[in-house]
Design a protein around this ligand. Structure first.
Ligand code: ZN
Length: 195
C-alpha cells in the first residue's frame, strides 16, 4: 500500500484541522466519524464510508493514481474528509526553529532594526549560552552578522545595545496557516483560504 497520500481533514465548520495519511483517513471513514467531500465544478458531494467504497470508481479520472488495492477492490484515497462532530478550531503551537524565529522577528535584526537577506541573519542568544541563557523563544532573537559580532559574548546592556522588543513566544496559530506555502493537493485550496 502506498501510504504517502495525504488527506485534508476539516471540522464540522469546514475549517482545516489536520492532514492525515491513508490509514487514518480510512479508519475515520470506516467508523463513520467522517465523510468524504468531493469537489466538482464548484459544488460539493458528500459520501459516507460505505457509499464512497461503492462509488469511488466513478472518480477514477480525477483521482488517477490516488488508489490503494485492498484484498478485493481498488479504492481511491479521498483528498478531503469532513468530521461529523468536531467543531473546534485546532490551534498549533509555533515550533521553535530558525524559520519561525525569522518570521516572528520579521526578517529584521532585533538590534539595528534593518532587514537583511536570510543568509546574513543569525540567531543570537540574548543572555549568552555560557552564562546560562537558554535556547528558547524568550532568549533568542534574529540578528545581523555585524550586530552579532559587536555584541559578542555579552549581555546587550554590556555591549551598549538594545533590543527592538522583548522576545516572546508567538501565539498559537490556526492549524491551516501551518500549511501555507507547503506543497498540497489542488483540491485542498478550496478549503484553505482565509485565516
Ligand atoms: Zn544588526
Amino acid at each position: 500500500m502506498d501510504t504517502s497520500y495525504q488527506t485534508l481533514v476539516l471540522n464540522r465548520l469546514w475549517q482545516a484541522v489536520n492532514v492525515v495519511g491513508v490509514e487514518r483517513a480510512f479508519s475515520l471513514l470506516s467508523v463513520d466519524h467522517a465523510q468524504v467531500i468531493y469537489a466538482e465544478d464548484g459544488s460539493f458531494r458528500m459520501f459516507d464510508g460505505a457509499s464512497w467504497f461503492a462509488h469511488c470508481k466513478e472518480f477514477e479520472p480525477v483521482f488517477g493514481s490516488r488508489v490503494i488495492h485492498t484484498v478485493n477492490q481498488r479504492v481511491f484515497v479521498p483528498s478531503v474528509l469532513i468530521l461529523r462532530t468536531y467543531d473546534r478550531m485546532l490551534m498549533q503551537e509555533m515550533k521553535f526553529n530558525r524559520q519561525n524565529l525569522l518570521e516572528r522577528d520579521e526578517f529584521k535584526c532585533q538590534y539595528c532594526g534593518k532587514n537583511f537577506p536570510t543568509k546574513e541573519l543569525n540567531m543570537d542568544h540574548v543572555i549568552p549560552r555560557d552564562r546560562g541563557g537558554g535556547t528558547s523563544w524568550e532568549n533568542v532573537v534574529i540578528s545581523c552578522i555585524r550586530c552579532n559580532s559587536k555584541k559578542s559574548n555579552r549581555l546587550p546592556k554590556e555591549a551598549g545595545m538594545r533590543l527592538l522588543k522583548e522576545p516572546k513566544k508567538p501565539p498559537c496559530r490556526p492549524f491551516m496557516t501551518s500549511l501555507y506555502g507547503k506543497p498540497m493537493e489542488k483540491t485542498w485550496t478550496h478549503f484553505l483560504h482565509g485565516k
